[in-house]
Design a protein around this ligand. Sequence first.
Ligand code: RUB
Length: 265
Amino acid sequence: MLSDLIKDIKTMDYQGANQIAIASLEYLKKTKLKDFEKVSKQLEAARPTAVVLHNCLEAIRKDKSVNTINKLINQIKRARGQIGEKGSKLIKNNSKIMTHCHSGDALSIIKAAHISGKKLEVYVTETEPKHQGIITAKELHSLGIKVTLIEDPAAASFMKEMNYVIVGCDSIRKEGVTNKIGTFDLAILAKKFKKPFYMAGNTLKLDNRKKFVIEERPVKEVYAGDLKGVKIRNPAFDVTPWDLITRVITEKGIMTPANIKRLLK
Ligand code: RUB
């Protein structure tokens, strides 16, 4: 049911821009695109910041068919492999990498570098308040990669030891790249310690939307008690400005900020 899928997206049973898009596309396929506009609107509103689903829906609008949906799903999956292959070439043997949240595209780079025989150690931030870093830590550990889990505010204490920071992205925009809240902080730290800051994402994450919202999630994720009048804010994403980003790793190549900005309208 649509309401179940929306609930699963909102509660993050489906998380990560690509996974949210794929789950929504699979649903549209099942419905054979019945009530497409109405359903699309609701799906997009469930996690509005990431642009992949929006771009897929725009493509489907131009050619409403199950074939188009299948092509988009394959495009996302194929891109992930290509991002892994291209990005892993940047990683040297015996590297320490810091990552944040849980991004399939960022992890594909780390996994490909590991599979090619490089010895890695990955520092994973817990990612407050929803702790998606735990998913990342388990996933990398299950592959035999050395993992250290840290609290988000510990990143500054360990950045000096890192060789790279690699994170995913939700949308690539003129003003910068959107990803899980706390990414901007890591980018500032990477700059301070002169470490390469890589963001990984497919070109369906290019974002030309005029209206762009940073999702604010329920405040009880931050504090569930009663603070009697204290305002709580819980933005789910932040925008890292281009001057802090070393490269964006896409399925079409490893791009400088100048290169990728040229692809935006
Ligand atoms: C996940 C997150 C991920 C990007 C990219 O946030 O910010 O880094 O979505 O993920 P949330 P992917 O857990 O709130 O969805 O590379 O898998 O598309």
